[in-house]
Design a protein around this ligand. Structure first.
Ligand code: HEC
Length: 169
């Protein structure tokens, strides 16, 4: 009996392993992204900080932009966050960042553009590919979500001399 259970467990394990290996690239879980790449993007070309602030605390870097949420206090799961960035927020000012979002290839909240009409969120200025999207999400969860904003975390992100960290000195 013992060996029977043992061998069926082994078979189950093998099946899981194979399923993992067959997973389609691009559908990899959000948290599989490269957080170091995400950090570089956050600090350079990704414009999230225009609205959410460099420190992701909801104080926009660009005063004229809509105020984004404080990402440090989000209660979203990584997958929910990925969908928010991919698709934007219906009825909010968060734009969508995936070029195929709202199409049959990558529906959003169960809908495509034709279903939602004029209520579709704005299109972001610069789109994110799967790799860069997942990298940003991985970085946001590593360095922002649930991470206290203080002198150490500020200078770790922006560098010792950054004047944005003066508030914590
Ligand atoms: C044009 C301004 C703007 C830009 C650019 C922007 N956001 Fe947002 N974002 C918002 C606003 C405004 C909200 C609040 C949405 C609402 O009104 O429901 C939001 C909400 C969010 C949320 C939901 C948080 C929660 O807890 O519900 C996430 C996650 C998010 N943004 C991530 C990002 C990321 C990552 C980027 C960059 C790739 C980005 N945003 C770029 C304005 C922006």
């Amino acid at each position: 009996m013992k060996t029977l259970i043992g061998s069926s467990l082994a078979a189950f394990g093998a099946a899981l392993l194979i399923a993992g290996m067959l997973a389609v690239p691009g559908t990899a879980a959000a948290q599989d992204g490269d957080p170091e790449l995400g950090k570089r993007l956050w600090l350079t070309t990704a414009n999230c900080k225009d609205c959410h602030g460099s420190l992701a605390n909801g104080a926009p870097d660009i005063a004229q932009e809509p105020q984004g949420y404080n990402l440090r206090e989000t209660i979203l799961t990584a997958e929910e966050m990925r969908d928010t960035v991919r698709c934007g927020r219906i009825g909010g000012l968060m734009p969508y960042f995936q070029s195929s979002a709202w199409t049959d290839r990558a529906p959003c909240y169960g809908m495509i553009a034709a279903d939602i009409g004029n209520d579709i969120p704005d299109r972001a200025e610069r789109m994110l590919a799967d790799r860069t999207l997942n990298a940003l999400i991985a970085f946001i969860y590593r360095d922002f979500v649930g991470v206290a904003l203080n002198l150490a975390s500020c200078t770790e992100l922006l560098g010792e001399e950054n004047s944005r960290c003066n508030a914590f000195r």
